[in-house]
Design a protein around this ligand. Structure first.
Ligand code: F3S
Length: 399
């Protein structure tokens, strides 16, 4: 891979140990994927910052980089941590877990990260430019940035996004190349997709059927809005390695690709495929908790949740996960108070998958996201029941 004179000196340690280590990681990855050179990035999103996920070895890795004077060269945001960084005692997070989680965040902040702690940076002011090169970890955010904004990022891992943030560059391969962004499959969806759960499950089925490549979804009938697109992308990225999809007449690159659709493999998805995925991912019917916000809830979704709750206590523990920026807005609008008045919680900085829910007694939960269902069952052994918001509303209001 070609390196400029400055990059060579950086690799030799002339700009400090942290930069040399970071560049070494990026160059190694670049060589594996046959990248020809490095390219500058506009910003980075680092995942793998929850103490639950990275444990003591991850904490030591970040601490060591901080001790080596690492500083982020581009604006850098963070994925959810393992707890609400302020209200962690309220949901029963153990003290020693909290201490280590706060240490991780303080090292990352010390290197220059913004304490966003969210998987939806695009909802809180980080709106990628069309064609901008980024280094984002967090598959649901990556697919959103590539597909909806037409920005360019691979599905980085936590360490490679961290390394890119330090040097302000990534290796030019994969999603950074125009040739890799062309559709590989045409997807036709039978019938209309009506709610956030169906979008999320449709995504899951697309990912399962294609697993690798770039789907082009055409002649789509369904209620398109940002929340549903967020659910669709997260679903696709859960069951596959896909980092980009095109949606006819909606996503920015779709218009220019009309001539690239000949001779592609065609896939049809019917309502029964979506129902089958729902059955496969649901394994519980007596949940104690309703966990919403995978990916993190938007202000609009919090408004919806606040408005469907009647003036009486809920039958289950309702926990809503969002970013601290959306939380602040929801406080001002009165949505948080409304949810708390009926016994619910709005939790920021973390999510149901990366916080130690099982350890604090959450064992059966209702969710409206295929990603949450998949990871809660596979990583945490929590039993899940998939229901759209509309159904949850009916059940709660009838009780
Ligand atoms: Fe976000 Fe956590 Fe889901 S990081 S996409 S809420 S698993």
């Amino acid at each position: 891979m070609y390196l400029s004179k400055i990059e060579e000196k950086m690799l030799d340690g002339e700009y400090g140990e942290a930069k040399a280590l970071a560049l070494k990681l990026i160059v190694t990855l670049g060589e594996v994927f046959k990248a020809k050179k490095l390219i500058s990035i506009e910003n980075a999103q680092i995942a793998g910052i929850s103490y639950k996920t990275i444990g003591d070895s991850g904490l030591e890795f970040i601490k060591d980089l901080y001790a080596k004077n690492a500083k982020f060269a581009v604006p850098t945001t963070l994925n959810p941590a393992g707890m609400d960084l302020e209200k962690w005692k309220e949901i029963g997070i153990p003290e020693d877990f909290a201490k280590k989680q706060l240490e991780i965040i303080s090292f990352l902040e010390g290197m220059g990260a913004e304490k966003t702690c969210s998987c939806t940076p695009y909802l809180i002011g980080v709106k990628p430019r069309f064609n901008a090169h980024l280094a984002w970890a967090e598959s649901s955010a990556v697919i959103f940035a590539n597909s909806i904004f037409g920005a360019k990022t691979n599905r980085e891992g936590g360490p490679s996004a961290l390394a890119s943030a330090i040097i302000g560059k990534t290796a030019m391969y994969g999603m950074h190349l125009k040739s890799e962004r062309k559709p590989t499959h045409i997807v036709k969806v039978e019938g209309s997709i009506i709610n956030e759960l169906e979008f999320s499950l449709l995504g899951y089925v697309i990912g399962e059927k294609i697993s690798k490549g770039v789907p082009f979804i055409n002649k789509f009938k369904g209620k398109i809005n940002l929340d549903n697109l967020k659910a669709l992308g997260a679903g696709i990225a859960t069951s596959s390695g896909i980092a980009l999809f095109h949606l006819e007449n909606i996503t920015p690159e779709a218009k220019t690709l009309k001539n690239n659709l000949k001779n592609l493999e065609k896939i049809t998805i019917e309502k029964k495929d979506i129902e089958k995925a729902r059955e496969k991912l649901s394994n519980e019917e007596s949940s104690t908790h309703i966990l919403l916000g995978c990916p993190h809830l938007s202000l609009n979704e919090l408004k919806k949740i606040a408005s469907f709750i009647k003036e009486k206590s809920l039958t289950k523990n309702l926990w809503c996960f969002t970013s601290r920026k959306i939380y602040e807005k929801a406080v001002k609008k009165g949505f948080v108070k409304k949810i708390e008045n009926v016994g619910g919680k709005v939790i920021k900085d973390t999510c149901m998958v990366v916080s130690p829910l099982e350890a604090i007694g959450v064992l059966k939960a209702q969710v409206n996201s295929s990603k949450a269902a998949y990871y809660l069952s596979s990583l945490s052994n929590i039993k899940v029941e998939l229901k759209p918001l509309e159904e949850i509303k009916k059940i709660e209001n009838k009780a």
